[in-house]
Design a protein around this ligand. Structure first.
Ligand code: PEP
Ligand code: MG
Length: 567
């Protein structure tokens, strides 16, 4: 058995389709004139752009917008003169197009890779995918056609590049095993979107598995079993049937309300990063959006998105969700969310530094653009504004004052907006928990950000493996903060939601029901499972477990108790 990263849930059983990239050999120095070589390069780029655009269209139709965007990104790279001019410059020095492309794209890829940042590193993989596309086009080498693999194929590959997967036939692919890539790699995103079980980062796997051999992929546990005996295969077939049955059964919950076992209705909404994610919200029957992380609008470009561009994005989200609530968080920059062109200074403790609402209130022009866009978009749906990382009352008052100013401006201009727009805050710092009673006087709603609340409460840097054992929402200190925030919000009669990862944790759901959480905001793929678990608990039962859990003295006691009471 081989261990890897659990990339996409489920069990896949089939025959290995081993995909080995052909080694391509080419000359370094061109026998052609620089003009002829450049023309060869330009023709290859044109051909590849056309092919990539066509693949993106196919991806859009068969998989989804988000996946198509990855390929559109490749097309943009191919049209980017910063890259191609550099290649042409090297060709002018006498090299072949292949050698020049290799040199330029590899230099950029190595630079991106050295950052150590997962998202930037992912761009390095994209650059290499584009580079190999150019070289293959120049050499007339065709890509592996995954589309034509027979039913029951388990793809075993170094990395599943977006260009390989265009038009992937979900019915024929039983599983995916890769040698590289983590949970946020394109392979993982694609596998989850298609609901194909996947195990990633299995070291040396392409050298260990024979093409056509029997293979089992356990994408939930991150395990790969090769050459299983009859008994093992039968066991896994049973597990697979059980998993598929559960997934299918969850689909019955589509269109059903989210209610506890004793009939209390709660809201079950989604976390998104882009307006296009709203399609997945609707598909998985999310009841709206509880957290729109607007950083992605800023991260995906090389310069600030202006008011107009943001307005279009927010309006699109509101209109796609046709009147369902959409909570949009204002820019949360800093800490782990760097946006290079904003020129944030390097700080000793970036998580405790100049970030989120602190940055926005000091950079009023930037904040204004976003708030104006949000207010204008509020005329097109049920948009609510949420302010991140609040630690004191002044921050809420200042943000509200700025919003009021912009409202007066829009009134003067005769621009429509929702005059009764709700303004809430993320409760994600111990300070916010401590003054939750005071903040509840100022905010229209709370949304608990357990990702940050856990880190700040426990004084733990998530990236530091030495203290990772402290980073847990089951810590009594974190649970007390969560409980207090919910209670203070309820006392003042405002809506309290949760958009951190803990909202989708099946073990914590009874506690959240007991504390009185009104709204759970989870990733679209977690909606149905969360609805299912909420429906299993009555308030009285949840209260019993919550009382026991709040009497536990340690994280491991809490966890063991919740495991024992799990439904
Ligand atoms: C959180 O902190 O829990 C949260 C939802 O926000 P983010 O993960 O974007 O910081
Ligand atoms: Mg946060």
């Amino acid at each position: 058995m081989y261990k890897g990263i659990a990339g996409s849930d489920g069990i896949g059983i089939g025959n290995a389709a081993l995909i080995k990239e052909q080694e391509i050999k080419y000359e370094q120095n061109s026998a052609l004139s620089a003009e002829e070589e450049t023309a060869r390069f330009d023709a290859a780029v044109d051909e590849l752009i056309k092919k990539t655009d066509a693949m993106a269209e196919e991806m859009r139709a068969n998989v989804g917008e988000k996946e198509a965007e990855i390929l559109m990104g490749h097309s943009l790279m191919l049209s980017d003169p910063a890259m191609t001019d550099e290649v042409r410059g090297i060709i002018a020095g006498g090299l072949t197009s292949e050698a020049a492309a290799e040199q330029v794209f590899e230099t950029f890829a190595a630079m991106f890779e050295a950052t150590g940042d997962e998202l930037t590193m992912q761009r390095a993989a994209d650059l290499r995918d584009v580079k190999s596309g150019i070289i293959k086009t120049l050499q007339g080498v065709r890509d592996v056609d995954i589309k034509s693999l027979p039913k029951g194929s388990v793809i075993v590959v170094n990395d599943l590049t977006p260009s390989m997967t265009a038009g992937i036939n979900k019915d024929n692919i039983a599983g995916i095993v890769t040698e590289t890539g983590g949970r946020t790699s394109h392979s993982a995103i694609l596998a989850r979107a298609l609901e194909i079980p996947a195990v990633l980062s299995v070291e040396g796997v392409t050298g260990m598995i024979a093409d056509g051999s029997r293979i089992i992929v356990d994408g939930t546990r991150g395990e790969v079993i090769t050459g299983p005996d009859e008994k093992t295969e039968a066991e896994y077939a049973e597990k697979k049937a059980e998993f598929d049955k559960c997934r299918k059964e969850l689909e019955k919950l589509i269109g059903k309300p989210t209610v506890t076992a004793d009939g209390t209705k709660v809201e079950l909404v989604c976390n998104i990063g882009k307006p296009d994610d709203c399609a997945a919200v609707l598909e998985k029957d999310g009841e709206g959006v509880g957290l729109f992380r607007t950083e992605f609008l800023y991260m995906d470009t090389d310069e600030k998105p202006g008011e107009e561009q943001q307005f279009e994005a927010y309006r699109k989200a509101a209109m796609t969700l046709k009147g369902k609530p959409v909570i949009i968080r204002t820019l949360d920059v800093g800490g782990d969310k760097d946006i290079p062109y904003l020129g944030l200074e390097k700080e000793e403790n970036p998580f405790m530094g100049f970030r989120a609402v602190r940055y926005c209130l000091e950079n009023k022009e930037l904040y204004r653009d976003q708030l104006r866009a949000l207010l204008r978009a509020s005329a097109f749906g049920d948009i609510k504004i949420m302010v991140p990382l609040v630690t004191c009352v002044e921050e809420v008052r200042q943000a509200k004052a700025l919003i009021k100013e912009i409202m007066a401006e829009l009134d003067r201009e005769g621009v429509e907006y929702n005059k009764d727009i709700k303004i809430g805050i993320m409760a994600e710092t111990p300070a916010a928990a401590a003054i939750a009673d005071l903040l509840a006087e100022e905010a229209d709603f709370f949304s608990i950000g357990t990702n940050d609340l856990t880190g700040y409460t426990m004084a733990v840097d998530r990236g530091n493996a030495k203290v990772a054992y402290l980073y847990s929402a089951y810590q009594p200190a974190v649970l007390r903060n969560i409980k207090r925030i919910i209670e203070c919000g309820k006392q003042k009669g405002i809506m309290v939601g949760m958009c951190g990862e803990a909202a989708a944790d099946p073990l914590l759901i009874p506690l959240l029901i007991s504390f009185g959480l009104d709204e759970f905001s989870v990733s679209p793929t977690s909606v149905l499972a969360t609805r299912d678990i909420i429906g299993k608990w009555s308030k009285a039962e949840a209260d019993k477990v919550a009382e026991e859990a709040m009497n536990c003295a340690t994280e491991s006691e809490v966890k063991a108790l919740l495991e024992a009471r799990r439904k």
